[in-house]
Structures are given as structure tokens and as C-alpha cells.
Design a protein around this ligand. Structure first.
Ligand SMILES: [Zn+2]
Length: 114
């Protein structure tokens, strides 16, 4: 399961930071999740709820997910468009020289501690 791997990675990062910064408790975590990151929100939340019970600092941590839209840029006509709507082919000039600008990653946006 793709989601669990990401959850474990994120939790490890935050646990390590908490230890370094003498944090007692992490109460809230906000993550930005790209629309085309392949993450299924429900699976991600389930994985997080399961994994947080095994942590030292995040047992009562609340999770917020902010979905970031997938945006693709076309090098041929210099326009951007929604990745989920049109995919790899540019809807304006039908050129194939496009690449994803945002929406692929899962990133830590905010961590609230006590
Ligand atoms: Zn184009």
C-alpha cells in the first residue's frame, strides 16, 4: 500500500524533529497532498490513524489534508492546464511537450506542537 509508506516516512520525519526540539506532543499535522500523487485520501487517513498509535509524540495528533490541484505546463504554447482533466496532451495546441508543475508530492505544510 502506497499510502502507508508515505505515512510512515512523514511520521518518522516529525518524530525525529520532535525529539530534537524537545516537543512534548504533536497535536495537529497539516499535509498538502497532490491530486496526482496517487494517494487515496481515505486510505491515507486510515494508515495515519493506525500508525500514529505506535508513535511517541503523535498519539493524539489530528490530521488535516489539503488537496493541491495537478497543474501541467505546455512548453509549446506556454499555457498551463488541469492535469486530471486533460492528462499529458495539451488541450490548447495538442502538443506532447508538457510536464507536471504541481500536484505530484505530499508535503508537510504545518505542525502544531505542545
Ligand atoms: Zn500547448
Amino acid at each position: 500500500m502506497h499510502e502507508l509508506g508515505i505515512v510512515v516516512h512523514v511520521i518518522n520525519q516529525i518524530e525525529e524533529l520532535s525529539k530534537k526540539n524537545n516537543v512534548n506532543k504533536v497535536v495537529e499535522l497539516t499535509l498538502e497532498v497532490g491530486e496526482v500523487s496517487g494517494v487515496v485520501k481515505e486510505y491515507f487517513v486510515d494508515a495515519f490513524e493506525w500508525a500514529k498509535k505506535r508513535t511517541e509524540y503523535m498519539k493524539d495528533c489530528k490530521l488535516n489534508l489539503v488537496i493541491i490541484q495537478g497543474i501541467t505546463y505546455c512548453e509549446d504554447c506556454k499555457k498551463t492546464y488541469s492535469t486530471t482533466e486533460y492528462g499529458k496532451e495539451c488541450p490548447y495546441c495538442h502538443g506532447p511537450h508538457t510536464y507536471l508543475v504541481t500536484g505530484r508530492d505530499v508535503m508537510i505544510k504545518n505542525v502544531k506542537v505542545e
